[in-house]
Ligand binder design. Structure first.
Ligand SMILES: Cc1cc2nc3c(=O)[nH]c(=O)nc-3n(C[C@H](O)[C@H](O)[C@H](O)COP(=O)(O)OP(=O)(O)OC[C@H]3O[C@@H](n4cnc5c(N)ncnc54)[C@H](O)[C@@H]3O)c2cc1C
Length: 391
Protein backbone atom coordinates (compact mmCIF):
# COMPACT_ATOMS: atom_id res chain seq x y z
CA UNK A 1 0.00 0.00 0.00
CA UNK A 2 1.17 3.48 -0.76
CA UNK A 3 1.46 4.86 2.76
CA UNK A 4 2.05 8.44 1.75
CA UNK A 5 -1.14 8.66 -0.33
CA UNK A 6 -3.36 7.08 2.32
CA UNK A 7 -6.26 9.39 3.08
CA UNK A 8 -5.23 11.75 5.86
CA UNK A 9 -7.14 14.25 7.94
CA UNK A 10 -6.53 16.24 11.10
CA UNK A 11 -9.10 17.34 13.66
CA UNK A 12 -9.93 21.00 13.13
CA UNK A 13 -8.81 21.83 16.67
CA UNK A 14 -5.45 20.11 16.19
CA UNK A 15 -4.81 22.03 12.98
CA UNK A 16 -5.76 25.35 14.57
CA UNK A 17 -3.43 24.66 17.52
CA UNK A 18 -0.52 23.78 15.27
CA UNK A 19 -1.01 26.81 13.02
CA UNK A 20 -1.28 29.09 16.07
CA UNK A 21 2.07 27.72 17.32
CA UNK A 22 3.62 28.44 13.91
CA UNK A 23 2.22 31.99 13.94
CA UNK A 24 3.60 32.65 17.45
CA UNK A 25 7.02 31.32 16.44
CA UNK A 26 7.07 33.48 13.28
CA UNK A 27 6.15 36.58 15.26
CA UNK A 28 8.57 36.06 18.17
CA UNK A 29 11.54 34.30 16.61
CA UNK A 30 11.60 34.66 12.84
CA UNK A 31 10.45 38.21 12.05
CA UNK A 32 13.07 39.86 14.29
CA UNK A 33 16.01 38.07 12.59
CA UNK A 34 14.97 37.53 8.99
CA UNK A 35 16.46 40.70 7.51
CA UNK A 36 19.84 40.25 9.19
CA UNK A 37 20.21 36.61 8.09
CA UNK A 38 18.95 37.28 4.58
CA UNK A 39 21.31 40.18 3.97
CA UNK A 40 24.29 38.32 5.44
CA UNK A 41 23.28 35.12 3.56
CA UNK A 42 23.89 33.34 6.88
CA UNK A 43 22.52 29.86 7.65
CA UNK A 44 20.01 30.30 10.52
CA UNK A 45 21.15 27.63 13.00
CA UNK A 46 18.86 28.75 15.84
CA UNK A 47 15.80 28.87 13.56
CA UNK A 48 16.62 25.38 12.26
CA UNK A 49 16.78 24.06 15.83
CA UNK A 50 13.37 25.63 16.50
CA UNK A 51 11.93 24.07 13.34
CA UNK A 52 13.25 20.76 14.62
CA UNK A 53 11.43 21.30 17.94
CA UNK A 54 8.22 22.16 16.08
CA UNK A 55 8.49 18.80 14.30
CA UNK A 56 8.76 20.34 10.82
CA UNK A 57 11.45 17.90 9.66
CA UNK A 58 8.89 15.12 10.11
CA UNK A 59 5.84 17.08 8.98
CA UNK A 60 4.71 14.70 6.21
CA UNK A 61 6.45 11.54 7.46
CA UNK A 62 3.95 8.98 8.84
CA UNK A 63 3.52 8.81 12.61
CA UNK A 64 4.61 5.15 12.65
CA UNK A 65 8.08 6.32 11.56
CA UNK A 66 8.20 9.19 14.04
CA UNK A 67 6.75 12.01 11.93
CA UNK A 68 3.71 14.26 12.42
CA UNK A 69 1.92 12.55 9.51
CA UNK A 70 0.25 15.82 8.51
CA UNK A 71 -2.25 15.96 5.68
CA UNK A 72 -1.09 17.97 2.65
CA UNK A 73 -3.69 20.66 3.39
CA UNK A 74 -2.21 21.38 6.83
CA UNK A 75 1.32 21.14 5.49
CA UNK A 76 0.44 23.65 2.74
CA UNK A 77 -1.03 26.04 5.34
CA UNK A 78 2.21 25.88 7.32
CA UNK A 79 4.35 26.53 4.25
CA UNK A 80 2.11 29.46 3.22
CA UNK A 81 2.40 31.09 6.64
CA UNK A 82 6.17 30.75 6.84
CA UNK A 83 6.68 31.87 3.22
CA UNK A 84 4.72 35.07 3.84
CA UNK A 85 7.55 35.99 6.23
CA UNK A 86 10.63 34.16 4.95
CA UNK A 87 10.21 31.71 2.08
CA UNK A 88 13.84 30.52 2.08
CA UNK A 89 13.59 28.65 5.39
CA UNK A 90 10.78 26.44 4.07
CA UNK A 91 13.40 24.98 1.68
CA UNK A 92 15.35 23.66 4.66
CA UNK A 93 12.54 21.22 5.51
CA UNK A 94 10.73 21.00 2.12
CA UNK A 95 13.70 19.47 0.26
CA UNK A 96 14.46 17.27 3.24
CA UNK A 97 10.87 15.96 3.19
CA UNK A 98 11.22 15.08 -0.51
CA UNK A 99 14.09 12.77 0.44
CA UNK A 100 11.93 11.25 3.19
CA UNK A 101 9.00 10.89 0.79
CA UNK A 102 11.12 8.92 -1.70
CA UNK A 103 12.15 6.52 1.08
CA UNK A 104 8.66 6.18 2.56
CA UNK A 105 6.99 5.73 -0.81
CA UNK A 106 9.50 3.47 -2.55
CA UNK A 107 11.93 2.13 0.08
CA UNK A 108 12.01 -1.35 1.58
CA UNK A 109 10.67 -1.77 5.13
CA UNK A 110 14.21 -2.05 6.61
CA UNK A 111 15.19 1.17 4.74
CA UNK A 112 12.16 2.99 6.18
CA UNK A 113 12.97 1.79 9.72
CA UNK A 114 16.61 2.71 9.38
CA UNK A 115 16.26 6.22 7.89
CA UNK A 116 12.81 7.72 8.53
CA UNK A 117 12.87 8.14 12.34
CA UNK A 118 16.18 10.02 12.16
CA UNK A 119 14.92 12.16 9.28
CA UNK A 120 11.65 12.84 11.15
CA UNK A 121 13.46 14.06 14.26
CA UNK A 122 15.86 16.17 12.18
CA UNK A 123 18.84 14.25 13.57
CA UNK A 124 19.68 13.65 9.90
CA UNK A 125 18.80 16.49 7.50
CA UNK A 126 19.19 16.51 3.76
CA UNK A 127 17.53 16.90 0.40
CA UNK A 128 17.09 15.78 -3.16
CA UNK A 129 20.06 15.70 -5.57
CA UNK A 130 18.84 15.40 -9.15
CA UNK A 131 20.14 18.36 -11.17
CA UNK A 132 23.56 18.32 -12.88
CA UNK A 133 25.49 21.06 -14.68
CA UNK A 134 24.16 19.79 -18.04
CA UNK A 135 20.80 18.35 -16.98
CA UNK A 136 17.92 20.11 -15.24
CA UNK A 137 14.57 19.87 -17.02
CA UNK A 138 15.90 16.99 -19.14
CA UNK A 139 16.67 14.82 -16.11
CA UNK A 140 17.22 11.72 -18.20
CA UNK A 141 20.37 13.39 -19.59
CA UNK A 142 22.23 13.10 -16.26
CA UNK A 143 25.77 11.67 -16.41
CA UNK A 144 26.40 10.56 -12.82
CA UNK A 145 27.04 6.81 -12.80
CA UNK A 146 26.85 4.05 -10.19
CA UNK A 147 28.85 0.91 -10.97
CA UNK A 148 28.07 -2.29 -9.08
CA UNK A 149 31.06 -3.97 -7.38
CA UNK A 150 29.94 -7.02 -5.42
CA UNK A 151 27.76 -5.85 -2.54
CA UNK A 152 28.58 -2.18 -3.20
CA UNK A 153 28.10 0.59 -5.73
CA UNK A 154 30.82 3.07 -6.76
CA UNK A 155 29.43 6.49 -7.74
CA UNK A 156 31.11 9.22 -9.81
CA UNK A 157 29.82 12.57 -11.07
CA UNK A 158 28.68 16.07 -10.10
CA UNK A 159 25.35 17.47 -8.92
CA UNK A 160 24.57 21.16 -8.79
CA UNK A 161 22.03 23.57 -7.29
CA UNK A 162 21.39 21.17 -4.43
CA UNK A 163 19.45 22.78 -1.57
CA UNK A 164 20.91 22.01 1.88
CA UNK A 165 24.01 20.74 0.07
CA UNK A 166 26.41 22.15 2.67
CA UNK A 167 24.46 21.85 5.92
CA UNK A 168 22.63 18.61 5.05
CA UNK A 169 24.20 15.22 5.61
CA UNK A 170 22.14 12.86 3.43
CA UNK A 171 20.60 13.10 -0.08
CA UNK A 172 18.41 11.17 -2.47
CA UNK A 173 20.86 10.84 -5.33
CA UNK A 174 19.74 10.19 -8.92
CA UNK A 175 22.29 8.25 -11.01
CA UNK A 176 22.63 6.07 -14.08
CA UNK A 177 23.16 2.41 -13.23
CA UNK A 178 22.94 1.61 -16.95
CA UNK A 179 24.07 4.63 -19.00
CA UNK A 180 23.36 2.86 -22.30
CA UNK A 181 19.74 1.90 -21.51
CA UNK A 182 17.01 2.85 -23.97
CA UNK A 183 14.64 4.39 -23.14
CA UNK A 184 17.05 6.37 -20.95
CA UNK A 185 14.89 6.33 -17.79
CA UNK A 186 15.20 2.54 -17.54
CA UNK A 187 18.89 2.93 -16.67
CA UNK A 188 18.28 5.32 -13.75
CA UNK A 189 18.35 4.55 -10.03
CA UNK A 190 17.91 6.52 -6.80
CA UNK A 191 20.25 6.08 -3.83
CA UNK A 192 20.22 7.22 -0.21
CA UNK A 193 23.60 8.98 -0.08
CA UNK A 194 24.99 9.99 3.32
CA UNK A 195 28.06 12.23 3.42
CA UNK A 196 31.20 10.12 3.80
CA UNK A 197 34.51 9.57 2.00
CA UNK A 198 34.20 10.28 -1.73
CA UNK A 199 31.34 12.83 -1.30
CA UNK A 200 32.36 16.49 -0.97
CA UNK A 201 30.92 19.95 -1.49
CA UNK A 202 32.39 21.63 -4.57
CA UNK A 203 31.25 25.18 -3.94
CA UNK A 204 28.47 27.28 -2.49
CA UNK A 205 26.40 28.97 -5.22
CA UNK A 206 25.69 32.71 -4.93
CA UNK A 207 22.07 33.65 -5.69
CA UNK A 208 19.75 36.60 -6.35
CA UNK A 209 17.50 35.58 -3.45
CA UNK A 210 16.63 32.43 -1.47
CA UNK A 211 19.45 33.45 0.84
CA UNK A 212 20.54 31.76 4.05
CA UNK A 213 19.63 28.31 2.74
CA UNK A 214 22.69 26.78 1.12
CA UNK A 215 22.65 25.80 -2.57
CA UNK A 216 25.72 23.83 -3.55
CA UNK A 217 27.60 21.81 -6.07
CA UNK A 218 28.22 18.27 -4.82
CA UNK A 219 31.10 16.16 -6.11
CA UNK A 220 31.25 12.36 -5.96
CA UNK A 221 34.59 10.68 -6.64
CA UNK A 222 34.70 6.90 -6.22
CA UNK A 223 32.01 7.26 -3.56
CA UNK A 224 31.37 3.73 -2.32
CA UNK A 225 28.15 2.65 -0.60
CA UNK A 226 26.61 -0.72 0.19
CA UNK A 227 23.81 -1.95 -2.09
CA UNK A 228 21.21 -1.55 0.66
CA UNK A 229 21.32 2.23 -0.06
CA UNK A 230 19.55 1.68 -3.40
CA UNK A 231 15.95 2.80 -2.76
CA UNK A 232 13.64 -0.21 -3.10
CA UNK A 233 16.78 -2.31 -3.79
CA UNK A 234 15.81 -2.63 -7.48
CA UNK A 235 17.77 -0.89 -10.25
CA UNK A 236 16.05 1.05 -13.04
CA UNK A 237 13.28 2.66 -10.92
CA UNK A 238 15.10 5.92 -10.15
CA UNK A 239 13.40 8.24 -12.62
CA UNK A 240 9.97 7.07 -11.51
CA UNK A 241 10.99 7.35 -7.83
CA UNK A 242 12.54 10.82 -8.23
CA UNK A 243 9.50 12.19 -10.02
CA UNK A 244 7.00 10.16 -7.94
CA UNK A 245 6.99 12.85 -5.25
CA UNK A 246 6.28 15.67 -7.65
CA UNK A 247 2.61 16.09 -6.76
CA UNK A 248 3.47 16.90 -3.15
CA UNK A 249 6.54 18.79 -4.32
CA UNK A 250 4.42 21.02 -6.54
CA UNK A 251 1.82 21.61 -3.82
CA UNK A 252 4.72 22.63 -1.61
CA UNK A 253 6.12 25.14 -4.16
CA UNK A 254 2.59 26.41 -4.82
CA UNK A 255 2.23 27.03 -1.06
CA UNK A 256 5.49 28.97 -1.10
CA UNK A 257 4.07 31.07 -3.95
CA UNK A 258 0.85 31.73 -2.04
CA UNK A 259 2.86 32.80 0.99
CA UNK A 260 4.89 35.31 -1.01
CA UNK A 261 1.80 36.59 -2.85
CA UNK A 262 -0.03 37.09 0.46
CA UNK A 263 3.00 38.52 2.23
CA UNK A 264 3.58 41.04 -0.57
CA UNK A 265 -0.10 42.00 -0.46
CA UNK A 266 0.03 42.50 3.31
CA UNK A 267 3.10 44.76 3.06
CA UNK A 268 1.53 46.77 0.22
CA UNK A 269 -1.75 47.18 2.11
CA UNK A 270 -0.03 48.46 5.25
CA UNK A 271 2.19 50.82 3.32
CA UNK A 272 -0.60 52.16 1.08
CA UNK A 273 -2.65 53.10 4.15
CA UNK A 274 0.25 54.93 5.81
CA UNK A 275 1.91 56.71 2.91
CA UNK A 276 0.19 59.95 1.96
CA UNK A 277 0.44 61.97 -1.25
CA UNK A 278 -1.72 64.88 -2.39
CA UNK A 279 -3.41 64.99 1.00
CA UNK A 280 -4.59 61.38 1.31
CA UNK A 281 -3.28 57.82 1.80
CA UNK A 282 -2.08 56.41 -1.53
CA UNK A 283 -4.55 53.51 -1.06
CA UNK A 284 -7.26 56.05 -1.87
CA UNK A 285 -5.77 56.86 -5.27
CA UNK A 286 -7.53 54.76 -7.85
CA UNK A 287 -4.32 53.59 -9.56
CA UNK A 288 -3.14 52.01 -6.27
CA UNK A 289 -6.59 50.65 -5.39
CA UNK A 290 -6.71 48.86 -8.76
CA UNK A 291 -3.37 47.22 -8.00
CA UNK A 292 -4.57 46.11 -4.56
CA UNK A 293 -7.77 44.71 -6.08
CA UNK A 294 -5.78 42.62 -8.55
CA UNK A 295 -3.30 41.49 -5.90
CA UNK A 296 -5.90 40.30 -3.41
CA UNK A 297 -7.77 38.42 -6.15
CA UNK A 298 -4.57 36.75 -7.37
CA UNK A 299 -3.51 35.73 -3.85
CA UNK A 300 -6.98 34.31 -3.11
CA UNK A 301 -7.13 32.35 -6.37
CA UNK A 302 -3.63 30.96 -5.76
CA UNK A 303 -4.62 29.88 -2.23
CA UNK A 304 -7.79 28.15 -3.41
CA UNK A 305 -6.02 26.30 -6.25
CA UNK A 306 -3.33 25.13 -3.83
CA UNK A 307 -5.76 23.94 -1.16
CA UNK A 308 -7.84 22.24 -3.86
CA UNK A 309 -4.79 20.26 -5.06
CA UNK A 310 -3.79 19.45 -1.47
CA UNK A 311 -7.31 18.22 -0.64
CA UNK A 312 -7.27 15.94 -3.72
CA UNK A 313 -3.87 14.64 -2.57
CA UNK A 314 -5.28 13.92 0.90
CA UNK A 315 -8.20 12.02 -0.66
CA UNK A 316 -5.54 9.89 -2.40
CA UNK A 317 -6.79 11.02 -5.81
CA UNK A 318 -4.56 11.54 -8.83
CA UNK A 319 -3.80 15.27 -8.79
CA UNK A 320 -0.86 15.92 -11.11
CA UNK A 321 -2.88 18.42 -13.16
CA UNK A 322 -4.29 20.15 -10.06
CA UNK A 323 -0.86 20.35 -8.42
CA UNK A 324 0.64 21.64 -11.69
CA UNK A 325 -2.04 24.34 -12.02
CA UNK A 326 -1.54 25.40 -8.41
CA UNK A 327 2.24 25.54 -8.79
CA UNK A 328 2.06 27.48 -12.05
CA UNK A 329 -0.57 29.99 -10.94
CA UNK A 330 0.71 30.56 -7.40
CA UNK A 331 4.31 31.10 -8.49
CA UNK A 332 3.27 33.62 -11.14
CA UNK A 333 1.08 35.29 -8.48
CA UNK A 334 4.14 35.52 -6.21
CA UNK A 335 6.14 37.16 -8.97
CA UNK A 336 3.40 39.63 -9.93
CA UNK A 337 2.34 40.54 -6.38
CA UNK A 338 5.91 41.10 -5.21
CA UNK A 339 6.57 43.36 -8.21
CA UNK A 340 3.37 45.35 -7.69
CA UNK A 341 4.00 45.62 -3.96
CA UNK A 342 7.51 46.92 -4.62
CA UNK A 343 6.06 49.57 -6.96
CA UNK A 344 3.47 50.60 -4.38
CA UNK A 345 6.35 51.17 -1.94
CA UNK A 346 7.92 53.68 -4.36
CA UNK A 347 11.60 54.33 -3.61
CA UNK A 348 11.29 52.50 -0.29
CA UNK A 349 10.49 49.31 -2.20
CA UNK A 350 13.98 49.58 -3.65
CA UNK A 351 15.53 50.03 -0.23
CA UNK A 352 17.10 47.18 1.72
CA UNK A 353 15.47 48.54 4.88
CA UNK A 354 12.02 47.31 3.81
CA UNK A 355 10.96 43.67 3.64
CA UNK A 356 9.42 43.78 0.18
CA UNK A 357 12.79 43.67 -1.60
CA UNK A 358 13.37 40.18 -0.12
CA UNK A 359 10.04 38.84 -1.35
CA UNK A 360 10.78 40.37 -4.76
CA UNK A 361 14.13 38.52 -4.91
CA UNK A 362 12.72 35.24 -3.57
CA UNK A 363 9.64 35.02 -5.82
CA UNK A 364 11.31 34.02 -9.15
CA UNK A 365 12.62 30.76 -7.71
CA UNK A 366 9.06 29.47 -7.35
CA UNK A 367 8.71 29.76 -11.16
CA UNK A 368 11.82 27.56 -11.66
CA UNK A 369 11.78 24.84 -8.97
CA UNK A 370 9.79 21.54 -9.21
CA UNK A 371 9.44 21.92 -12.97
CA UNK A 372 9.75 25.31 -14.64
CA UNK A 373 6.52 27.10 -15.47
CA UNK A 374 7.16 26.53 -19.19
CA UNK A 375 7.13 22.78 -18.59
CA UNK A 376 4.32 23.08 -16.07
CA UNK A 377 1.93 24.41 -18.71
CA UNK A 378 2.88 21.59 -21.08
CA UNK A 379 2.15 19.03 -18.33
CA UNK A 380 -1.20 20.66 -17.53
CA UNK A 381 -2.20 20.66 -21.21
CA UNK A 382 -1.12 17.03 -21.69
CA UNK A 383 -3.19 15.89 -18.69
CA UNK A 384 -6.10 18.06 -19.74
CA UNK A 385 -6.14 16.59 -23.26
CA UNK A 386 -5.88 13.06 -21.86
CA UNK A 387 -8.78 13.62 -19.45
CA UNK A 388 -10.84 15.32 -22.18
CA UNK A 389 -10.33 12.38 -24.53
CA UNK A 390 -11.28 9.90 -21.82
CA UNK A 391 -14.42 11.82 -20.80
C1 LIG B 1 17.77 28.13 -5.81
C2 LIG B 1 17.63 26.80 -6.50
C3 LIG B 1 17.51 25.65 -5.74
C4 LIG B 1 17.44 24.39 -6.38
N1 LIG B 1 17.38 23.26 -5.60
C5 LIG B 1 17.50 22.05 -6.21
C6 LIG B 1 17.60 20.85 -5.42
O1 LIG B 1 17.55 20.87 -4.19
N2 LIG B 1 17.76 19.68 -6.07
C7 LIG B 1 17.84 19.58 -7.44
O2 LIG B 1 18.01 18.48 -7.96
N3 LIG B 1 17.74 20.71 -8.22
C8 LIG B 1 17.58 21.93 -7.64
N4 LIG B 1 17.49 23.07 -8.41
C9 LIG B 1 17.58 22.96 -9.87
C10 LIG B 1 16.25 23.14 -10.56
O3 LIG B 1 15.42 22.03 -10.30
C11 LIG B 1 16.54 23.33 -12.05
O4 LIG B 1 17.15 24.60 -12.18
C12 LIG B 1 15.31 23.25 -12.89
O5 LIG B 1 14.90 21.91 -12.99
C13 LIG B 1 15.55 23.77 -14.33
O6 LIG B 1 16.66 23.19 -14.89
P1 LIG B 1 17.80 24.08 -15.57
O7 LIG B 1 18.14 25.18 -14.65
O8 LIG B 1 18.88 23.16 -16.00
O9 LIG B 1 17.13 24.73 -16.84
P2 LIG B 1 17.01 24.08 -18.31
O10 LIG B 1 16.45 22.73 -18.24
O11 LIG B 1 18.31 24.25 -19.01
O12 LIG B 1 15.93 25.07 -18.96
C14 LIG B 1 16.27 26.37 -19.45
C15 LIG B 1 14.99 27.02 -20.00
O13 LIG B 1 14.47 26.24 -21.09
C16 LIG B 1 13.12 25.84 -20.81
N5 LIG B 1 12.92 24.48 -21.34
C17 LIG B 1 13.69 23.39 -21.13
N6 LIG B 1 13.20 22.33 -21.80
C18 LIG B 1 12.07 22.77 -22.43
C19 LIG B 1 11.08 22.13 -23.25
N7 LIG B 1 11.13 20.84 -23.55
N8 LIG B 1 10.06 22.90 -23.72
C20 LIG B 1 9.97 24.21 -23.40
N9 LIG B 1 10.85 24.85 -22.62
C21 LIG B 1 11.90 24.14 -22.13
C22 LIG B 1 12.99 25.90 -19.29
O14 LIG B 1 11.63 26.07 -18.90
C23 LIG B 1 13.85 27.11 -18.97
O15 LIG B 1 13.11 28.27 -19.21
C24 LIG B 1 17.48 24.32 -7.80
C25 LIG B 1 17.57 25.50 -8.56
C26 LIG B 1 17.64 26.73 -7.93
C27 LIG B 1 17.75 27.98 -8.77
Amino acid sequence: MNVVRTRRTLEEGQQAQLLAAIDRWLEREVKPVVKEHDHADRWPGKIVAQMQELGLFGATISAEYGGLGLPATTYAEIVMRISAVWMAITGIFNSHLMLALAIEKFGTEPQKRRWLPKLASGEIRGGLALTEPDAGTDLQAIRMTARREGGHYVINGTKTWISNGIEGSCFALLVKTDPKAEPRHKGMSLFIAPKQAGFRVGRKLEKLGYKAIDSAELIFEDYRISADHLIGEVEGQGFYQATGGLELGRINVAARGVGIAEGALRLATEYAQLRRTFGKPIAEHQAIALKLGEMVTRARAARLLTLDAAAAFDRAERCDMEAGMAKYFASEAALENSTESLRIHGAYGYSKEYDIERLYRDAPLTCIGEGTNEIQRLIIAKQWLKRSTMA
